[in-house]
Design a protein around this ligand. Structure first.
Ligand code: ZN
Length: 180
């Protein structure tokens, strides 16, 4: 459980008695009917900011992927042929500039891709949490909110449900075929 600061919408530990902004936190903070709407609007604004951040992360992932393709291409170019024992074989030439271009593209592309993906996952988890909080606050008017499952757990559950559905569809098709 966490608790929201009534004044600055910062999320605090459930046992906090005061926020950094100076506002005190009640033991069981509840919003009045008039306070709920503006409070939720401010939280929506927060999710909007996170959405912008998320699109930046996505750009990093895309740029990373492009660099990785470039890295792969230059790595391929770095191969030359050599004749060993009268047989022509492909040999990687680590001294040519193509090889170094591919390595630089691999490192920067990999970092952009992984960094974008990791931060993007965290941001989307945070965004989901705030949307979940909004639902709770709208319903209970209480500023104390439960946490939501980590996004990986949510994905895992969604994938498991999809697989179960797929198995069910396959079984169903099979049984229909057998009936014919
Ligand atoms: Zn505060």
């Amino acid at each position: 459980m966490k608790v929201y600061c009534k004044d600055c919408q910062k999320k605090l530990p459930i046992d906090a008695t005061a926020c950094k902004c100076g506002a005190s936190v009640d033991a069981e903070p509840v919003l009045t009917d008039e306070e709920v709407r503006p409070f939720i609007q401010k939280l929506h604004k927060k999710t909007n900011d996170l959405r912008h951040l998320l699109s930046h992360c996505l750009s990093f992932v895309v740029i990373g992927l492009i660099l990785l393709v470039i890295a792969f291409f230059f790595y391929y170019l770095a191969f030359g042929t050599a004749t060993i024992d009268g047989e022509k074989v492909a040999v990687l030439n680590t001294k040519c500039s193509e090889f170094w271009v591919s390595m630089v593209a691999l490192i920067t592309g990999g970092a952009a891709f992984l960094g974008g993906a990791a931060i993007g996952t965290l941001v989307s988890y945070k965004k989901r949490q705030i949307l979940f909080d909004i639902d709770q606050i709208r319903e209970t008017h209480s500023l104390q909110v439960k946490s939501v499952d980590i996004i990986f757990v949510v994905w895992f559950k969604a994938i498991a449900a999809k697989i179960r559905h797929l198995i069910w569809v396959l079984k169903y098709k099979k049984s229909v075929k057998e009936e014919k």
